[in-house]
Ligand binder design. Structure first.
Ligand code: KG4
Ligand code: ZN
Length: 340
């Protein structure tokens, strides 16, 4: 098989990522700029701010990735770029930049689906056997995949509304906690011992699909019932830290129950799987990892999750997928778009 050197570019949301991956040597570099500080002020990602920042950072981040790999653009064989799904303005920055580089340097171009990037992010540090089950949970997506091989995977369950990370972010905002909500919820849940104080509702146990918008409403109504939230003024009436810790803890335990229940159901339906993986920004969460690890152990299966730098959005996972697509001869044309 021909070997390739691939430059991966990720700009689908609020991270600008670039990385170099080589078929024989693996990951050579990984550069990232995260916009978290910009969006903290508003408490969520503002698309217009995100795309402007992408435009500012794309050139320096690609330069950093090339420098870390001790390479020049002319050394690259393939430019791989996230072309969907994501925020249109942000995606277009990466896609146009990738096309310009590939055109000017006469290199091959490959469009990578952002979710495929997350699914295979567990391979950056591990050899994961096929077939396996992959739970992808981030701020934009929550889905279960049956993964058969490189580039070969089936969606077996997905969220009908909000993503898991989005639920953490929205509920954190409700509690006047900083963005992103996930790490703050985890910290507070740990402080109070990962107990289920408020028993928020769990979703349909028979389906592999997820639904989190009801969870946010349940938390809201529970706070109203306890006279901690004013629906008319749309504001929290108390700054009681213990209450916030209890909500965070109950929410995390609820999420843990949902994830483990869906994974157990998927294992019943697909007994042939040889491993479980947990990827995406929410997979940074140690409590949720532990819960899923327990499911894997109960089924005597290995459990894999990427280190935090590869859980949240990054260029490395895009370079990795682009690299195997190059090996498979799956190149894109100049008509590569963010919609198809
Ligand atoms: O993968 P990612 O960087 O971006 C998307 O593709 O959406 O994921 C960001 C999401 C945010 O919603 C954030 O709250 C969540 O990942 N997150 C966490 C943790 N760290 C980040 N959720 C739970 N626990 C964490 N430790
Ligand atoms: Zn992502």
């Amino acid at each position: 098989m021909k070997s390739y050197i691939t430059l991966g570019i990720e700009t689908s949301c609020d991270e600008t990522g670039a990385a170099v991956y080589e078929s024989s040597k693996g990951l050579l570099s990984n550069a990232l700029f995260s916009q978290i500080e910009l969006h903290k002020l508003i408490g969520g990602v503002v698309p217009e701010i995100a795309s402007r920042s992408q435009l500012e950072k794309i050139a320096p981040i690609i330069t950093a990735a090339l420098e870390q790999a001790a390479m020049q653009l002319s050394d690259i064989d393939v430019v791989a770029v996230t072309n969907k799904p994501g925020l249109p303005g942000s995606l277009l920055v990466g896609l146009c930049f990738a096309k310009a580089i590939a055109w000017a340097q006469q290199k091959k171009l490959i469009g990578v689906n952002h979710l495929e990037g997350h699914i295979f992010s567990s391979f950056l540090e591990n050899k994961v056997p096929f077939p396996h089950l992959c739970l992808t949970a981030s701020g934009g997506h929550t889905a279960l995949f049956l993964v058969h091989g490189f580039g070969n995977y089936t969606l077996i369950g997905h969220t009908e509304d909000d993503a898991a990370g989005e639920a953490f972010d929205k509920i954190a905002k409700l509690l006047n906690l900083p963005y992103p909500g996930g790490p703050e919820i985890e910290k507070r849940a740990q402080e109070i011992g990962f107990q289920d104080f408020f028993q928020y509702p769990r979703h349909n146990p028979k389906s592999l699909d997820f639904s989190f918008s009801g969870l946010k409403t349940a938390v809201l109504y529970d706070l109203v019932k306890r006279k901690f939230y004013d629906m008319h003024k749309k504001q929290l009436l108390s700054d009681d830290q213990e209450l916030k810790n209890k909500v965070a803890s109950s929410l995390l335990v609820c999420m843990g129950d949902i994830f483990t229940q869906k994974m157990s159901l998927a294992l019943q339906k697909y007994p042939e799987v040889k491993a479980i993986t947990f990827v995406g920004g929410v997979a940074c969460n140690k409590y949720l990892r532990k819960r899923l690890h327990e499911v894997a152990q109960a089924h005597k299966l290995p459990f894999f999750f990427p280190s935090p730098q590869f859980c949240t959005d990054n260029g490395a996972m895009i370079a990795f997928v682009g690299n195997y697509k190059a090996e498979q001869g799956k190149f894109s044309g100049w008509d590569l778009d963010i919609l198809k």
